[in-house]
Write a protein that binds this ligand. Structure first.
Ligand SMILES: Nc1ncnc2c1ncn2[C@@H]1O[C@H](COP(=O)(O)OP(=O)(O)OP(=O)(O)O)[C@@H](O)[C@H]1O
Ligand SMILES: [Mg+2]
Length: 263
């Protein structure tokens, strides 16, 4: 598959039709991984459960110690198009936009819109037979979807909550090998993920935690793969001056106020 050379920001969609497979965990940890390297990161939460928003609110309270991440409650907009233009304006100057999707049917209009706006798609998969079955269907539907086929973009699977190398996981890898999709990283099943979520941080930011450090390599592998798949245009070819050094802000409160005023 050809890599697409894009101008910033990269839009990374984290999606799977299967609930509870780790979409929010991967989205928040990816956002933290990029932010910790000094990149300007926005996190768009398209799930009405608002778990990502909750994580971002906790993080915002720790802004003295955490790199800022601009979190947007994208699911709150009355219509997707309005929400999208708001989100784009709010995320101007960002290097990376991580999109946390809800468990979506591949026949829904929202699925189409999220795929359309993505430059790369990360699919978290847990290694149970039920999860693998549902994820296979999701990936097959994605690969054959007209929006995807009109502009194929890289898809990477990440194994999540992997306890040991299991026969089930082997079956998934065989399927992915046949469909030409890469398995990029595997994340362990460890309480450090819920500990990180409770603190509004990513495991990559828990340098004093041994279990977290064991996960570092997998996150570096994933961000390196995404960077390779979505090379940025050089600064000289980008339109206009970049918002270098701009302090990104947490927008959840603003949007909350807007939402309450509209209610
Ligand atoms: N690698 C992991 N190790 C341990 N716990 C994990 C791991 N990944 C996710 N979890 C936990 O599993 C639960 C579900 O994860 P998460 O909320 O990320 O899934 P999701 O796909 O976003 O769910 P939903 O479909 O409801 O949006 C959470 O409690 C999370 O802390
Ligand atoms: Mg979620």
């Amino acid at each position: 598959m050809d890599s697409t050379k894009i101008s910033s920001p990269r839009h990374i969609l984290v999606a799977n039709g299967k609930g509870g497979c780790g979409k929010t965990t991967v989205a928040t940890n990816l956002a933290a991984a990029y932010a910790s390297t000094g990149q300007q990161v926005a996190l768009w939460d398209y799930d009405p459960q608002a778990s990502t928003q909750y994580w971002a609110e906790i993080r915002h309270a720790r802004e003295e110690t955490c790199a800022p991440i601009e979190a947007l409650a994208s699911f709150k907009g009355p219509r997707l198009r309005e929400t999208l233009s708001f989100s784009r304006r709010a995320s101007e100057g960002c290097d990376v936009i991580v999109i946390d999707a809800p468990s979506l049917s591949t026949t829904s209009a929202q699925f189409e819109n999220l795929v359309r706006m993505s430059d790369v798609i990360v699919v978290p998969v847990m290694a149970s037979s039920i999860d693998i079955r549902a994820s296979k269907r999701f990936i097959t539907d994605l690969l054959t979807h007209r929006i995807y086929r009109a502009r194929p973009r890289p898809i990477g699977v990440v194994g999540n909550r992997i306890a040991t190398y299991s026969a089930n996981y082997e079956k998934l890898e065989q399927f992915l090998a046949c469909s030409g999709i890469a398995t990029i990283s595997q994340f362990r099943d460890t309480p450090v993920y819920s500990e990180a979520a409770d603190q509004g941080i990513g495991v990559i930011e828990m340098s004093d935690n041994r279990a977290a450090r064991r996960e570092y390599r997998a996150w570096h592998t994933l961000t390196s793969w995404i960077d390779e798949q979505t090379p940025r245009q050089s600064a000289t070819t980008q339109a206009g001056p970049r918002a270098a050094g701009r302090k990104v802000q947490h927008r959840a409160e603003t949007q909350d106020r807007t939402h309450k005023n509209n209610a």
